[in-house]
Design a protein around this ligand. Sequence first.
Ligand code: UT7
Length: 327
Amino acid sequence: MKDSSQIGILGLGAYVPKRVLTNLDLEKMVDTSDEWIVTRTGIKQRHLASPGEASSDLGVKAAKKALEDAKLKPEEIDAIITATLSPDHIFPSTACLIQGELGAENAAAFDLGAGCSGFIYACTVAYGLVKAGMEKVLVIGTETISRFVNWQERSTCVLFGDAAGAAVIGRVKEGGIYGWDLGADGRGHDLLKINAGGSREPLTAENIASNRQFLSMSGPEVFRFAVRIIPKTGKKALEKANFEIEDIDWLIPHQANSRIIEAAIESLGIERDKVFVNLERYGNTSAASIPLAWTEGVLEGKIKRGDKLLLIGFGAGLTWAAMVLEY
Ligand code: UT7
């Protein structure tokens, strides 16, 4: 794969809504404590969308920054892929709303549902589209999970935050995407889901009264899955790229839980100071978490052009994904 790759990142951007909800705020809402949340997850605060601010609104803001970084106009984009598990609507796609708002009149637009692995899945699809002849593809991970969380359920409401991140993918002179691994195990579809509101269980007064319209998760099972799958998918992507873990400058893992990231450091054998972590400030922002961390790493001057990156995601589906690239 290494030789054929000259497709990579033309621009990056992220956006987080202004409102901040701290662990201390949550202590006033549910039976929890800052100590429990920090020890079990590493999260200290998260950002929440304002009323009326939807996933496409966050996505547009991140996309504009990525376009600016790539020095491109919206009309130059051939396709927009939006990875989200918290779309504006069941249909039309959030990507179409973003396309319209950006004025990206020459872009095809569609959503991709792969949970928290969605951004890497979408980057891989974008890579394929560029290989198939498109020039510039905009990938956006955007989430307003706060709308789908039960704010009375302490086991989930402390975990998530709202954000968006975006990347423009196209032909590059140097570096680019070297390898990836994508996977799924649909037998785990029940472990992280929204039960009601789709065709299997349309909304009724009864299921709304039972809170089935909200996100539900079997935390410990998903935790065990994440710890098992991260080294597996990471090593597969490294192998496909013909890289060793020592070649990697930065691991950017999905920011779900600091204990999961600790386990990943151990199992992949990567040095801790090569792992970018920002979940203490944003919580788990699902499909936005990797591009948000990546963009922040760049803005902080840590992650630089030419660095070799390993991205690893996992989440609802169950799904997993890893990508090796030279930024
Ligand atoms: O991005 C998608 C992927 N999702 C994830 O990666 C999440 C993976 N899972 C996790 O990160 C962890 O499983 C959690 C952070 C969700 C939970 O941590 P845990 O160590 O697995 O805790 P647990 O669910 O086994 O709960 C332990 C205890 C329980 O009390 P008992 O039964 O031992 O008395 C819970 O009721 O902690 C209790 N608990 C809480 N206590 C205070 C659960 N949530 C809270 C809370 N505050 N917010």
